[in-house]
Design a protein around this ligand. Sequence first.
Ligand code: NDP
Length: 490
Amino acid sequence: MTVSTHLQTKTIENFIDGKFCPSSTNQTFADINPANGETIAQVASGNSTDIDAAVSAAKHAFDKGPWSTWSIKQRAQVLRKIGDLILENKELLAKAETIDTGKPISESLNGDIPRAAYNFHFFADYANSLQEECYTVDKNERHIGVYEPLGVCGLITPWNLPLYLATWKIAPCLVMGNTCVLKPAEWTPYTAYLFAHIIKEAELPDGVFNIVQGFGPNSAGEALTRHADVASISFTGETSTGKAIMTAAASTLKKLSFELGGKGANIIFDDADLDEAIPVAVNAAFRNQGQICLAGSRLFVQEKVYNKVVEAILDKVKHIAVGDPLDPKTQMGAIISNEQLEKIQSYIEHGKKEGKLQIGGTRLKEYPKGNFLTPAVFTDLANSSRLCQEEIFGPVLPIVPFKDEAEVIEMTNSTKYGLSSSIWSQDINRCHRVSQAIKTGIVWINCWFARDLRTPFGGQKQSGIGREGGKHSLEFFSEQKTICYRYKNK
Ligand code: NDP
């Protein structure tokens, strides 16, 4: 099986022009398992020379075809095969994702990997239904708007949902006829490497898909954003990195798509169905160790039900199973890196000075070499505190009371972020009013994390630029051209 023979690899290489290769300098860095500190593999440390080679291969593949000249229907067949192969290798990919990220195996197996496959199946179907425009000006003249591929696209992805988010970009990019270079996050190179073996088995022409592993600033990531032959950058990551990429991409005026940080507000009104809202609030805060851009990382509760909700949340949080990510019963695994763990701990220390730590925030003694942290809940924090304003990207939940609609709208909109929010209430008119007043790219009403992939996905304010999903992704990965026909009416 494609992936099984490579699961035990000790070397994770670049993938350029259909071949696996070390970095041009032969330099490597260690990929660490965050649950036990062990080295999974040595990873090729890509640099600007490797980016040049990958972009050159992608450009050659684009210019010579056939990928870029095939019909969407032909390309969609290859996408379907890739999706099928991901599903065939689901268990192995899930294990690799869990070892690399520290996330519970139940999430990799039931969430990340099936979604990676679905990204290919979805865009294979959806792209076939993409409509172009045609206007009949008079009987001798028609004006049509068509989609054409951009050329070589740069894809830069984060570590929290590695294969899920990479494939969310790769599938629409490829189906529109582009070729690409992927730069995965340095902490999670593993499933991208395994995915390259799937790409080979699916017989995607050489050079259409390339991977350069390595670092971001002053290295592979930055070289990709600056490269003159790269037409666009689709980036998911931190807001500060988005700003650096925007600066680097300015000199070649690339098309940019940014999915950036968030500080999701979860709002529980006093008429909410608490039996539904409370378990979802806990999941929204702590799923994937709180390392989700869409996390409900601030919980606002209306005064009348505040004490009741806090008590119920604490009761649920103390039963969350934190531990070995490969154990199917584990609900929270390890934090991605020691660096990230220390950052979260510094927020917890800060929170203790400004508010009250009700539960959690401690390391697990039984895993001295693993980055495990118990889920932390704070009360008595002002919404202006750092814990309520800044993206922690870890298992830390402040619960803050509010008086009325006007106050909670103001509190929700008070951060620089505008990615997501949830409203819990049984009053449909209130839900409608509040959802309109909130400045986030997505608002969930009596739910969280649900989304039809055809709908636009992205952030307002400093949470992003542009939208992904359905036709929004396909339009980003295309040039639109207008062709005006005039016929002789003989
Ligand atoms: P980073 O911004 O640190 O890194 C993301 C990617 O960018 C990595 O591959 C990284 O490489 C690379 N990179 C870093 N600096 C540069 C640079 N100067 N030029 C080019 N590439 C660069 O994000 P994280 O990986 O830490 O991911 C967490 C962040 O992602 C959170 O803020 C989260 O909210 C956000 N996110 C947003 C989502 C959304 O849809 N809005 C979804 C998921 C996450 P390296 O790994 O080497 O640093």
